[in-house]
Structures are given as C-alpha cells and as structure tokens.
Write a protein that binds this ligand. Structure first.
Ligand code: AMP
Length: 283
C-alpha cells in the first residue's frame, strides 16, 4: 500500500494500472476512518482490482472555520487500518494540491435541481456546492470505474448521482449500507467527540427512525415528523429537522401512498456535535 500526496504521482501510477486493463475503484473520505468507511473499502476491493481511498478534509464544504479546524486528522491510524484491506493507494493530498491557487475561484456550475435546497442544504448553506466541487476534482484525478459512497449521507450521494448523470461522467456509483454502533447510532468520525453520556443517549436517533418506519401507515408524514422531533428532544439534544422525503427527488412527502420510494432523514445536535442519520421506510 502506497501513500501518495501529489496529483501527478497518483495519475502516473493509475495510468499504468489502467494500461494493464485493471478496474479502479475509488472511495473518497475525510479520514478518521471507522467501520463505516471500512465497509465501503471492503466492497470496493471485492469489486475492483485496484482500490484508491482519498483522505482529504475538504475546506470548501465546511461552513464554520471552527468545525473544519476541529475535524479529526489521524492519517497514521487510518493507514494502519487500510493496510489490512488490500487497498493499493491512499491519496492524502494537501489543500494546495487539490485546489491549486490559479484554479481556486473556478466553481463548478451545476444546477442541482433543488436536491440541495432542503434538509442539509437549508442548515448548511454552500455545503453541497463544496462537496460537488471536491468530488468532481477527485474524479477528474482518479478517473475511477466505480465510486463508493455511504447511504449514511443520503442527500450527498443523491446529489453526486445527479452530478454524474448531468455531467455524463462514466463512473458507476455504488451506495453502501449504514454501519451502526451496537446500540444503533450510525458510525461517524464525529462520534469520537461526543461525551460518554451523549453517545449512549444518541441511540434515541435510530430508535426514532425505526419508530417512523413501523408507523408509516398508521400516521401521516406530518404527524410522523412532529412525533419524531419530540422523541429526540431530550436533554442535551437539539433536533434541526426530521424530514420524510421522496428518495429520488428529496421533495417532502405529504401522502405516503403517492410515493414508491420514501426516506426519513434527521439532523440533530448532541451538545456541539451535529449528527445525521436516515432510514429507507419504503422502496
Ligand atoms: P466522510 O469521511 O464522513 O466524508 O465519509 C466518507 C464516506 O463514508 C461517505 O460516502 C459516507 O457516506 C461514508 N460513511 C460515513 N459513515 C458511514 C457509516 N456509518 N456507514 C456507511 N458509510 C458511511
């Protein structure tokens, strides 16, 4: 396994692999890797001959500078974990490498068709523009056959899927299941920063999502959302939204019967840590 820091070096090794006819899988991450990331990498290695994992804390997708600063950076431990996965290349570039000064102002112009206006888009303005910018840049560098992303970030992969189709990028998007801690909390690099008490009580988030799924035919989406918000309003927790949306368009669902694909999504602050999760309630 090689850790590569520059675009040129990565492109050089990958063009050799490609010339040998090898398929290339790519998993973009921001590091501080956990079992959720590892499941993406495992799937990537099952389906491709060559695996590339990027570890890059992308500044353009963070709203607050303090959140960016606090984001854990654990390259040594990440590399140790990945060394068991069979991945051949870790791409760990600097900010300057990803965004060379000359190109800094070049923003990706892409109509996200409202996919970015609700949920995360409402509470994290500019976030998805930053995500699209970095994923496009990384795809241009790696040119993978397949891209691995988690259902954990439901809105993110929906938007990336839209970007791939709109820009006619010939990369297959593979979406992987959410990996959870034993009590149900979706794994996240941010969980490490939760207090012991908050981490324990964060089990309420998945319990609430499961309650919505169980009761999808009993109550209207409006009632499910309201009751969902109440269930996670516990000491130390501040919910931002519970949304019930069409899984393709991410538009609000008013009547369950009118949609074949429905997802419940949630964002909640546990102390000063923001957690997101979701569950497919109908497909
Ligand atoms: P991040 O490092 O948080 O940007 O995440 C990198 C990729 O890992 C994204 O595609 C995430 O959706 C995915 N991911 C993060 N947490 C999980 C999880 N608990 N289960 C599955 N995939 C995850």
């Amino acid at each position: 396994m090689k850790i590569i820091k520059t675009v040129l070096q990565l492109q050089k090794v990958l063009s050799k692999e490609r010339a040998l006819g090898k398929s290339i899988g790519f998993t973009p991450t921001m590091g501080a890797l956990h079992k959720g990331h590892y499941s993406l990498v495992t799937r990537m290695m099952q389906e491709n001959e060559i695996g590339v994992v990027s570890i890059f804390v992308n500044p353009t997708q963070f709203g607050e500078a303090s959140d960016l600063k606090k984001y854990p950076r654990t390259l040594k431990a990440d590399a140790a974990l990945l060394s068991k996965s069979g991945v051949q290349y870790i791409f760990a570039p600097s900010v300057e490498e990803v965004y060379p000064k000359k190109g800094k102002k070049k923003k990706l112009k892409l109509d996200l068709k409202g996919l970015d206006s609700k949920m995360e888009g409402e509470f994290r303005p500019g976030h998805f523009a930053g995500v699209c910018q970095v994923v496009k840049r990384l795809l241009d560098i790696v040119e993978p056959d397949a891209l691995y992303m988690g259902q954990k970030d439901f809105q993110q992969f929906s938007i990336i899927n839209h970007m791939l189709r709109t820009l006619k990028i010939p990369t297959k998007l593979v979406v992987c299941d959410i990996i959870r801690e034993p009590h149900g909390l979706a794994m996240s690099s941010r969980n490490e920063r939760l207090t012991k008490d908050h981490r324990k009580r964060a089990a309420v988030i998945y319990k609430m999502l499961q309650w919505i799924k169980r009761n999808k035919n009993k109550y209207s989406p409006a009632v499910l959302k309201k009751r969902g918000m109440e269930k996670i309003t516990i000491p130390g927790f501040r919910p931002e939204y519970v949304a019930i949306v069409n899984g393709d368009r991410l538009t609000s669902v008013r009547k369950m019967d009118s949609h074949d694909y429905v997802v419940a999504c949630v964002a909640v602050w546990a102390g000063d840590i923001r957690l997101i999760d979701n569950i497919i309630i109908k497909k």
